[in-house]
Design a protein around this ligand. Structure first.
Ligand code: GDP
Ligand code: MN
Length: 349
């Protein structure tokens, strides 16, 4: 393992010393992507970006998951692009279908109603399976059981700055369990009763609620109502052991019983975020300011010109979402008593 502490800025010892990295100390961690065969060219772009900015120097593994078998093209293209080992898993039907307690007729009526109201993905069955899978099952697929940390990557995303240190190792050394780069308000029509379910869970399982948590990120009235803030889960670096803990599994099962993945359209982003916000200490959630990222339609571009130049960033700082009105990242800063970076006012709108 590297002898120096983790280099985070160009002034830290070891910033330019990559010798200990190539083939060097790696965490027990993997990238993970849920995708369809048709997503191959879009995930190819994401992989190139991850490799160019980070993984070519670390060679972490990459696990691909699909509800159908991956085809040869998907496997050939992705395995040629990833510098680490690649693994391909097929999701079992129980993790990608309606659980027996769901009333199919009721669920169908909801989809029809949401279609008429033009709610995004409101009429989709597969999107609901996807959200439920990402909420409760990806971390317990057999291929994921060997790892401690994951980094979720979706098709068509982009990373704009060099990452000069290992975010997995950062998570481990700093006892972080969950992380984000973008946060925003959820579309209320997709989660009208989610907070009722969460409230019920909190009553039934007070033992899982952490002291010193981030309730103030999620609620403006001490927990009575949800303010809809969530971390955007298309990017996540997190602890698999936390997701596999009794606390998280009890939480997921309680929500799943209430049926909102199908009777509404609960997303895995608010589901993960509320779990992290309530069941982790606030210090266990990390904002990766230095990981510049784009997923349509939002960009996280680090604030501060010198900061971006040092990392060879190619994002437009005007597009940074962090300090805009629809971002929840200011709340995270305030809750954690963090000082906003120099120049944050310049691109707040
Ligand atoms: P959005 O970001 O909310 O617009 O949703 P995406 O279309 O990006 O889907 C989220 C993730 O789930 C992506 O990694 C997709 O590749 C994956 N995904 C979505 N639907 C399906 C599906 O039906 N099957 C599989 N295997 N993956 C899916
Ligand atoms: Mn996406």
């Amino acid at each position: 393992p590297a002898q120096y502490p983790l280099a985070m800025t160009p002034n830290d010892p070891g910033w330019n010393d990559l010798s200990g990295i190539k083939g060097g100390p790696r965490m027990n961690a993997t990238f993970v992507t849920l995708a369809r065969n048709a997503d191959v060219w879009e995930i190819a772009k994401s992989i190139r970006s991850v490799e160019d900015r980070f993984n070519r120097r670390y060679n972490y593994d990459w696990v691909f998951l699909n509800d159908k078998p991956f085809d040869d093209t998907f496997k050939k293209v992705t395995s040629s692009l990833v510098s680490g080992k690649t693994y391909y898993g097929e999701i079992p039907t129980e993790h990608w279908s309606f659980p027996p307690h769901i009333d199919q007729e009721k669920a169908k009526k909801v989809r029809e109603d949401m279609r008429q109201r033009k709610i995004i993905y409101g009429d989709s069955v597969s999107y609901r399976h996807m959200c439920r899978f990402e909420s409760g099952f990806f971390f317990r697929q057999p291929l994921m059981m060997n790892y401690d940390y994951y980094w979720r990557v979706e098709p068509s995303v982009e990373f704009h700055c060099d990452i000069h240190y290992d975010p997995f190792r950062f998570m481990h050394e700093n006892k972080k369990k969950y992380s984000f780069v973008l946060s925003l308000y959820e579309y209320f029509e997709t989660i009208p009763t989610l907070w009722d379910s969460v409230t019920k869970f909190m009553k039934n399982h007070p033992e899982h609620i952490a002291e010193g948590n981030s309730m103030a990120f999620l609620s403006d009235d001490g927990g009575k109502t949800y303010n809809k803030c969530h971390f955007w889960s298309n990017f996540e670096i997190g602890s698999l052991n936390w997701l596999r803990s009794k606390a998280y599994i009890d939480y997921f099962e309680s929500l799943d019983q209430d049926g909102g993945f199908f009777y509404e359209r609960w997303g895995d982003a608010p589901v993960h975020s509320i779990a992290a916000g309530l069941m982790l200490k606030k210090e266990e959630i990390h904002f990766f300011n230095d990981i510049a990222y784009y997923h349509v339609p939002f960009t996280h571009c680090p604030t501060g010109e010198q900061y971006r130049l040092d990392r060879k960033c190619h994002c437009n700082p005007k597009e940074n979402f962090d300090w805009k009105g629809y971002s929840c990242t200011s709340r995270y800063y305030e809750l954690n008593g963090l000082k906003k970076p120099e120049g944050w006012q310049d691109n707040s709108d």
